[in-house]
Design a protein around this ligand. Structure first.
Ligand SMILES: Cc1cc2nc3c(=O)[nH]c(=O)nc-3n(C[C@H](O)[C@H](O)[C@H](O)COP(=O)(O)OP(=O)(O)OC[C@H]3O[C@@H](n4cnc5c(N)ncnc54)[C@H](O)[C@@H]3O)c2cc1C
Ligand SMILES: *[C@@H]1O[C@H](CO)[C@@H](O)[C@H](O)[C@H]1NC(C)=O
Length: 427
């Protein structure tokens, strides 16, 4: 907080979209005393089955916001991940136990429960307004202020703030208004995926908490997502099928894919959601007083859990930038650095790693996977070299970036910094 004699660098922020990114950003900003209005077009938080696993860089930010312990308590910390052949034989296994009690270690909590948790924490903050039924339909800005045009049950309103952050997801209206409806550079995969939540006893077959199956036709992921036996089974399908056709094919897919080859009486399918998958990055994550973060700014396929993880890292970085400006520790030009760094991290790491994560599943001959794939060879080495295993598992931390290094010379960075900006290191 600025001292009484110092005027804050700006007055307030509008965040569009109360998904995980918008909720977390609002929470972190409000914890630093910055007034936030959070606009959500729906009547309630989203309940679709999407993200479940938050990798180390995301846990770092969730810990910083004071919600990490609750994520672990309501969810769980997976023991490890195996890559397998269709018959269940392990190719390689990564043991997360090597990370011991590292608070940044990957945790699992289905997205709707994360949203609920963030909302609970947000409700304790005095300087946040969360407005449901508020849909952004257009934008405006001049040198001094930014505005959003918002559709509400009482009619259209124009709301203004010093900065507006678009956390409004893959179909972001803020991004569309800035660059045009069709302008989201990148590509869509030929393959599509179906994400299901299913009760099935994989442990009976000796499977691990998370499992990726390498097979040209029946590639999939099966990961435990709750302590009561619910698993996320996400599998690949060819494109061009209607949702009805995908649903019709599901029992035969499961019979061929799952260990024990169950028929429909052998499991309980509670959720079925086909998704098209993309690798896309917005032209810029800053245009004047408008900023983009998370899915509004970039998309990747979900294998390896880099989607929201990358988004949460955006949020932590943007929080440090905005807090710096508010507390007169940084110039507004720090927001250009936010754009440069976060876009480059997507291009250099998130796009590349997430693309090989999915390709590894359908493009390799399963019988020769270990000999063909350099990553599998790294995991193999990690099986017998604990130090290397820790290093490999913390590799995702390379998407992090500490923006407080751009604070002005001589500014007292430590002021009001609740938790260190440096990743917790593990030995
Ligand atoms: C099957 C699947 C599995 C996944 N698994 C993982 C995983 O394990 N780990 C991981 O890190 N990521 C994963 N992801 C990706 C992750 O779910 C997304 O990256 C994440 O949900 C993005 O969060 P967000 O807050 O940016 O956007 P969203 O969650 O899409 O939230 C956007 C919010 O904005 C609101 N909104 C939209 N338009 C407007 C408007 N005009 N005005 C006001 N509000 C608006 C929406 O209603 C919504 O509430 C997965 C995705 C899928 C599909
Ligand atoms: C994977 O599963 C096997 C068989 O159940 C078990 O022995 C091993 O400890 C598990 N490893 C991890 C990292 O979960």
């Amino acid at each position: 907080m600025p001292t009484a004699t110092q005027t804050p660098g700006f007055k307030d922020i509008i965040v569009a979209g109360a998904g995980p990114a918008g909720l977390l950003l609002s929470l972190m900003l409000s914890q630093s005393g910055i007034p936030v209005t959070l606009l959500e077009m729906s009547k309630d938080l989203d309940k679709n089955p999407r993200a479940t696993h938050y990798a180390a860089p995301a846990m770092f930010e969730l810990n910083r916001a004071g919600v990490g312990a609750d994520v672990r308590a309501r969810g769980f910390v997976p023991a490890g991940v195996s890559w397998r052949k269709l018959d269940g034989t392990p190719i390689v296994t990564l043991d997360a136990g090597k990370l011991a009690d590292d608070p940044d270690r990957m945790a699992c909590l289905p997205l709707d429960q994360l949203g609920q948790l963030l909302r609970e924490h947000l409700s304790k903050q005095k300087n946040v307004k969360l407005l449901f039924d508020h849909k952004v339909i257009g934008i405006d800005q001049d040198d001094d202020k930014a505005w959003v045009h918002v559709q509400t049950p009482e009619g259209t309103k124009k709301l203004g703030a010093d900065y507006v952050v678009g956390c409004d997801g893959a179909n972001s209206q803020i991004r569309r208004s800035l660059f045009g409806d069709r302008e989201f550079p990148g590509r869509t995969w030929d393959q599509q995926i179906v994400a299901t939540n299913t009760y099935y006893d994989f442990k009976k077959f000796g499977w691990n908490d998370s499992n990726f199956i390498v097979h040209p036709d029946h590639w999939f992921m099966a990961a435990k997502i709750s302590n009561d036996g619910l698993w996320r089974i996400t599998y690949g399908e060819s494109s061009g099928l209607t949702n009805a056709e995908l649903l019709e094919r599901q029992p035969e897919k499961f019979r061929k894919m799952l260990p024990g080859h169950p028929d429909v009486t052998g499991y309980q399918l509670v959720n079925f959601s086909p998704y098209k998958i993309h690798q896309r990055l917005a032209k810029s994550m800053r245009v004047g007083r408008f900023l983009l973060a998370a899915d509004a700014a970039h998309l990747c396929n979900p294998f390896g859990g880099l989607g929201l993880t990358g988004g949460i890292v955006d949020v932590g970085g943007l929080y440090d930038c905005l807090r710096g400006i508010y507390q007169n520790l940084a110039d507004p030009s720090i927001l250009d650095t936010y754009n440069d760094v976060r876009r480059q991290k997507y291009l250099d790491i998130i796009d590349v790693v997430s693309s090989s994560n999915i390709q590894r599943l359908f493009s390799l001959d399963p019988e020769r996977a270990l000999e063909l794939d350099a990553f599998f060879q790294m995991v193999k080495r990690a099986e017998t070299d604990p130090e290397y295993s820790v290093q490999l598992q913390n590799g995702a931390k390379s998407i992090q970036h500490d923006f407080t290094q751009y604070y002005k010379e001589g500014s007292d960075k430590a002021r009001d910094e609740p938790i260190s900006s440096q990743p917790v290191t593990v030995n």
